[in-house]
Design a protein around this ligand. Structure first.
Ligand SMILES: Nc1ncnc2c1ncn2[C@@H]1O[C@H](COP(=O)(O)OP(=O)(O)OP(=O)(O)O)[C@@H](O)[C@H]1O
Ligand SMILES: [Mg+2]
Length: 341
């Protein structure tokens, strides 16, 4: 990492990571996804934003030169950064630092554009953007392949449906929010100078809390048993997506019609290995289920992650509910309980 980053650590800390994904294969390159940080930044909800071209953020004082830069950048299908005047839903102008990069599929074909945005305030351009761009680019590159995988699989699933349908949107949103925590975790790691691995236990804990919070049922208890450890960013990204799929399944499928339930996540590291267990005491998988084989999108994502990690997945019969164990070969650094994870 260059010294440039260190100088801009404080500025980077405030990056909200507003994320917009657009689909250039649909007429006029409309937005297909915005995250919650985008809504906080602009005041525009997903319902209002999805289906529109990003130019709806522009207004009367937007500099045509910046707009032309964006147009040219998109045409090149490369990566570019630009600063332009945008307007919030309530009409307030703000200077927006936009970093755009293409999302390619495994064949290297352009599938989506992803835009990361940061508000610079209303005044003149600020001088820290160079460092921000560099730091953002580095973080983004590490997250990008996982984002491609998630978005690509959802695209496969959605091919027959309306590409901007709400079901499709929800499926995308949950999975991208998981990766969004990774951006945050990496920002933290950069500040401590450890940019190759991240605090896995803290990351997983954030993901699990977010899923439990979204579910909201107080009758379901979630126990997290996470050994403090750091893991390479790539491994962490996959483990995070796995936890997200398994835990969401437990919440969505295990307790239909049951008055209460318990879900446990165990995550422990040992020499060269991570052991992940997600267990619920609910209804159990359907009798004829071969999950994750012949599963839905979730099952396919789990299978692909397990393969990518060179991991082993087993489903244990506990007599009640579902217990899924995943053994992952990984280069982990175990931390003392006392150390911050
Ligand atoms: N913990 C669980 N308890 C009970 N049934 C489960 C559990 N996990 C999965 N299942 C069953 O396996 C099916 C397939 O799960 P999978 O994650 O592949 O797809 P999904 O959850 O239905 O949809 P999504 O693509 O949104 O994940 C579920 O529909 C459900 O019937
Ligand atoms: Mg699922």
């Amino acid at each position: 990492m260059s010294d440039g980053f260190k100088m801009h650590q404080l500025a980077l800390e405030r990056v909200p990571f507003a994320i917009v994904i657009t689909n250039p294969h649909i007429e006029d390159n409309p937005i297909v996804f915005v995250n919650s940080a985008f809504t906080r930044l602009t005041g525009y909800s997903p319902e209002v934003s999805v289906g529109r071209n990003c130019r709806f953020l522009q207004g009367k004082d937007t500099d045509p030169e910046s707009v032309e830069k964006i147009r040219a950048g998109l045409k090149e299908k490369g990566e570019f950064a630009v600063e332009l005047l945008n307007y919030k839903a309530d009409g307030t102008p703000f200077r927006n630092r936009l970093f755009v990069s293409p999302l390619l599929d495994t064949e290297g074909e352009l599938q989506y554009f992803i835009g990361l945005q940061r508000a610079l305030g209303d005044g003149s351009s600020d001088q820290v953007t160079g460092g921000i761009d560099e730091a953002l680019r580095e973080i983004h590159h590490r997250v990008k392949n996982h984002l491609s995988m998630v978005v690509g699989m959802i695209r496969m699933q959605a091919r027959s449906q309306n590409p901007t349908s709400l079901d499709n949107y929800t499926a995308l949103a949950r999975r991208i929010e998981t990766l969004q925590f990774l951006y945050h975790e990496m920002t933290g790691s950069m500040q401590t100078g450890a940019d190759d691995d991240i605090a896995l236990s803290a990351y997983v804990s954030r993901i699990a809390s977010a899923i439990a919070y979204l579910d909201g049922r107080e009758s379901l208890q979630l126990n997290l048993d996470l050994g403090p450890m750091r893991a390479p960013v790539d491994t962490a990204a996959r483990v995070g997506l796995l936890v997200s799929e398994l835990l969401t399944n437990a919440y969505q499928h295990a307790f239909d019609g049951l008055a209460e339930g318990l879900i446990e996540v165990h995550l422990h590291g040992s020499d060269g290995m991570i052991d992940l267990v997600v267990e619920d005491n609910g209804l159990g998988l359907p009798a004829d289920s071969a999950w994750p084989d012949r599963g839905n999108l979730g099952g396919k994502i789990v299978r692909s992650l397990v393969t990518g990690l060179n991991a082993r997945l087993s489903i244990r019969d506990t007599g009640r509910g579902t217990r899924i164990e995943i053994r992952i070969p990984a280069d982990v650094t175990l931390l003392d309980q006392a150390e911050p994870a």
